[in-house]
Write a protein that binds this ligand. Structure first.
Ligand SMILES: *[C@@H]1O[C@H](CO)[C@@H](O)[C@H](O)[C@H]1NC(C)=O
Ligand SMILES: *[C@@H]1O[C@H](CO)[C@@H](O)[C@H](O)[C@H]1NC(C)=O
Length: 496
């Protein structure tokens, strides 16, 4: 359904032109008839009308005007249909194309991981290796991805040498000089079995992957990451050769040291020609579907030695469980995922008009993870039927206002860490339940959060204008992130 609104910008000039034409026509008819009774009076009356109309046009709040006058907010029904059409035209993914993309990704990553596991066994039992499986995480697998099924996140679990154990510990407030946002980070001390022979054998591993922290050998996230990137690169050749009929593949390191697999399928079907970027994230399994992943550089301030050894807890598997539990509770036509998708879409539209450096902060403050966390806590507050499809605009407004409040209070707690009241059905491991609570907004300063709160509300109020401004679907595509290519995706395998 489309709602046609009167465009004041076009309407008043049109009326003015029409009146002017009428005046001229009237004058022409009069002069041809040779009359000159009281043309001045009638002419000036018409001119007066014209002036009035012009004035009316100028005084009318222009739709793009800086908002000197608050306009009456559009009715929820009109707003809902606008949001729905924004969703349909620019955000919604075709399940068919998404399905194809996922199938490609899991086939190719599967091959690569198997090859990397096989090669990892050669240097000896005391080296790091791959467990041989992979875990699909992120929005493409949680059904709230927007725009294009071209980016995927995959955890690649690692395996430590046999008999070597990890002793993960939360950094907490104990470490001096650590920024608040890093208090939830982990360090992984290594526990080696006793025995001189073993200790000698363990040296190469320790020298290759560990750093000394507070007198203990700890697994370094930076060294593990570097090994992982080199190792996968070495294995790519073999896999690429085997897959060349099906697709071209290449590896690149993207900003934030992320290893990204680029896949360009060769296929006769148009829908399968989408090129895909798959972030491969090495992960230390802790059991209970919990993983530690290397922290992004710039995650916070700490001494350089400490920073090298930091890991972050990734609970994506539990988020997937919570989401599917929510899906079962909510009505069949629940709009909670659509709300999240539309909010992501509006965030991106607004982000394009923002000046740096706030533009970069905007997407970090309103990261998909933060939006998702805000949605989780809101979802559990309302009766399920309130999330039925017809209430889309109201629920989205709730989400915006809730998020705005969080930004103003500068607190949005991690949903899983240290939350004792998670529904029973989403059984949480002890490590999560007993973890220290984490404020996801701790990394940002007060002026940034205030500005983000203000801009968020502004974005919601101006949503119709923003959507109209960027309604060209070609504009909606994200610009690609520049990557440093290790291996060019277009390079053909040797011997071809
Ligand atoms: C887990 O890792 C994925 C991929 O890097 C990321 O998108 C997600 O935000 C992470 N989750 C947490 C809780 O850090
Ligand atoms: C903890 O979980 C409950 C529901 O299970 C939720 O309402 C609450 O917002 C959560 N707490 C935090 C800090 O997210």
């Amino acid at each position: 359904m489309t709602v046609y609104t009167l465009n004041l910008r076009v309407f008043w000039p049109l009326v003015t032109c029409l009146c002017t034409a009428l005046v001229f026509f009237y004058q022409a008819v009069r002069s041809r008839a040779g009359e000159d009774g009281a043309p001045l009076l009638k002419g000036s009356a018409l001119l007066l009308l014209l002036g009035f109309l012009l004035l009316r046009y100028c005084a009318a709040p222009s739709p793009s005007g800086g908002g000197q006058r608050p306009r009456a907010p559009p009715r929820p029904a009109a707003r809902r249909s606008l949001l729905e059409s924004f969703y349909e035209r620019q955000l919604r993914l075709s399940p068919h194309v998404l399905g194809h993309s996922k199938a490609h990704v899991s086939r190719i990553v599967g091959e690569l991981v198997r090859a990397a596991k096989a090669q990892g066994l050669q240097p000896g039992p005391l080296a790091l290796s791959l467990r041989g499986d992979f875990v699909q995480i992120g929005s493409a697998y949680e059904r709230h991805k927007v725009r294009s099924p071209d980016c995927f996140d995959i955890l690649v679990p690692l395996r430590l040498p046999p008999r070597l154990e990890l002793e993960p510990g939360c950094l907490g407030a104990a470490e001096p000089g650590v920024a608040p946002e890093l208090r939830s980070a982990f360090v992984c001390a290594l526990k080696a079995p006793q025995g001189a022979a073993w200790a000698r054998g363990y040296r190469p591993f320790s020298e290759g992957f560990c750093v000394e922290l507070r007198g203990r050998r700890c697994l370094s996230s930076a060294l593990v990451l570097r090994w992982f990137q080199g190792h996968l690169q070495r294995c790519l050749g073999a896999v690429r050769y085997r897959l060349q009929e099906r697709c071209r593949i290449g590896l690149a390191v993207c900003p934030g040291r992320q290893l990204t697999l680029h896949i360009l399928p060769r296929s006769d079907y148009v829908c399968c020609h989408l090129s895909m970027a798959v972030r491969l994230i090495p992960a230390l399994p802790l059991g209970d579907s919990l993983y530690l992943v290397a922290l992004q550089p710039g995650a916070g301030k700490a001494q350089p030695g400490t920073l090298q050894a930091l890991w972050g807890l990734n609970v994506s598997k539990h988020e997937q469980r919570l989401l599917s539990w929510l899906q079962d509770q909510a009505p069949a036509d629940s709009c909670h995922l659509k709300c999240l998708q539309i909010l992501k879409g509006l965030r991106d539209l607004r982000g394009r008009g923002l000046e740096q450096p706030f533009g970069a902060q905007w997407s970090r403050v309103l990261s998909s993870y933060i939006l998702k966390t805000a949605l989780f806590s809101l979802l559990l507050r309302r009766p399920w039927h309130a999330w039925a499809e017809p209430f889309l605009a109201e629920r989205l407004e709730d989400l915006v206002l809730h998020l705005r409040d969080c930004l103003q209070k500068r607190v949005l707690m991690h949903f899983f860490l240290g939350n004792g009241s998670i529904p029973e059905a989403v059984a949480l491991p002890k490590l999560l339940r007993e973890a220290a609570p984490v404020n996801l907004l701790a990394a940002f300063d007060a002026p940034t959060l205030d500005l983000a709160a203000f801009q968020l509300l502004h974005t919601w109020n101006q949503a119709p204008r923003l959507i109209r401004m960027y309604s060209n679907p070609r504009d909606a595509r994200k610009s690609p992130v520049p990557c440093k290519h290790i291996t060019d995706a277009s390079q053909e395998p040797p011997g071809n």
